[in-house]
Design a protein around this ligand. Structure first.
Ligand SMILES: Cc1cc2nc3c(=O)[nH]c(=O)nc-3n(C[C@H](O)[C@H](O)[C@H](O)COP(=O)(O)OP(=O)(O)OC[C@H]3O[C@@H](n4cnc5c(N)ncnc54)[C@H](O)[C@@H]3O)c2cc1C
Length: 314
């Protein structure tokens, strides 16, 4: 049995999600290959070849893959699918755009957002916003899987390990879509889904201007800043900061929830965090039920004080 991992990358480096997906693939099959479909993506391919456990890297290097268009990458995956029992992609926007196209064309059921590999044909996946775990068995000859990356540790770079890198013939680009432009939010902070520490704000913060008060605390901790959906919907924070069922799934070492009540849809995105700290003036707020440490108090006093104390302790 061999598994193919669809690498998420920017042509120069691999996204952390690719490493977590490799770990899941290694639990599915004895041999794991990684597909790097990109343009001038030699550096990303070399990074994939250095991942422990990966035995081969397939590189489709052509202009039609430069921007990761799902139609083109899915066609490339389908051209290679014949040799694999498992095809895995991270359950990120990138992977979720590609995997269903592959599954539909192969006429197999996609297995979405697995959180555990029980056996090579049986998987666990969260349902009902993470309130229940379904165990699903697939009888399909090829299992097309997206991986909840926070549920799998990242495969390490192998010490001195280098897998073979083989170019594969690039399929033609699809005429059905063209890349027009990309708007990237530039930030010096870590990316939310890869951050070790996250400071997240909710509706309790009260305004977009008030949200800036999270920055000194985040600066002290080298943290990413996230938000609840209520804060995003109110325009206090940008859309790509949203954490939860309809936002990003995160599992940092430390999650500080500020003025967030702890609705189940929010918990669905962060309850696997290793240590959760909640700051809320309402001692009955449900967030305290999942918090390891809780501070009942006014966030406008607690947050600046916490930032000051951290600065003093340095
Ligand atoms: C289908 C669906 C999907 C959803 N997806 C998501 C999702 O992905 N992510 C998400 O977050 N939500 C999601 N929601 C919304 C979710 O149900 C909640 O409405 C939302 O999480 C509430 O956000 P909040 O905790 O910031 O706001 P609130 O529930 O209004 O809580 C604000 C908190 O701030 C506290 N507070 C106020 N002032 C202060 C102060 N001065 N000091 C300290 N504490 C204070 C209050 O005590 C309160 O607990 C979804 C809902 C649905 C129906």
């Amino acid at each position: 049995m061999a598994a193919l991992v669809i690498a998420e990358h920017d042509n120069n480096s691999l996204k952390a999600s690719s490493m977590n997906t490799v770990t899941a693939a290694l639990e599915c099959a004895g041999e794991v290959h990684v597909l790097v479909a990109g343009h001038q993506c030699g550096a990303a391919a070399a990074a994939a070849a250095a991942i422990a456990g990966v035995s081969g890297v397939l590189v489709a290097d052509a202009p039609q893959f430069a921007d990761g268009l799902a139609e083109n990458v899915a066609a490339q995956v389908l051209a290679l699918a014949g040799g694999y029992t498992h095809i895995l992609a991270p359950a990120s926007a990138y992977g979720k755009n590609i995997a269903p196209r592959v599954a539909a064309t192969l006429d197999v059921a996609q297995i979405s957002e697995i959180s555990r590999v029980v056996t090579p044909d049986t998987f666990e996946r969260p349902i009902y916003a993470g309130n229940a775990i379904a165990t699903v068995r697939s009888a399909d000859a090829v299992k097309v899987i997206t991986v909840r990356t926070t549920a799998f540790t990242a495969a390490a770079g192998g010490e001195g390990h280098v897998a073979t890198i083989d170019p594969v013939p690039a399929v033609a680009g699809s005429a059905s879509s063209v890349f027009v432009s990309r708007e990237l939010a530039a930030s010096d902070r870590p990316e939310l889904t890869a951050a070790e520490v996250i400071v997240a704000g909710g509706r309790g913060i009260g305004s977009g201007d008030n949200f800036k008060m999270l920055e000194p605390l985040a600066d002290q901790l080298g943290a990413a800043i996230g938000a609840s959906r209520a804060a995003v919907d109110a325009g206090y924070a940008p859309n790509d900061w949203q954490i939860g069922q309809t936002g990003k799934i995160v599992a940092p070492r430390l999650y500080i929830a500020v003025g967030i009540s702890g609705a189940i849809q929010h918990l669905a995105g962060m309850k696997d965090s290793k240590v959760i700290v909640a700051i809320n003036k309402d001692r009955e707020a449900p967030i305290f039920a999942v918090a390891d440490y809780g501070i009942v108090g006014d966030l406008f006093e607690v947050v600046p004080e916490l930032a000051r104390e951290l600065a003093r302790a340095r």
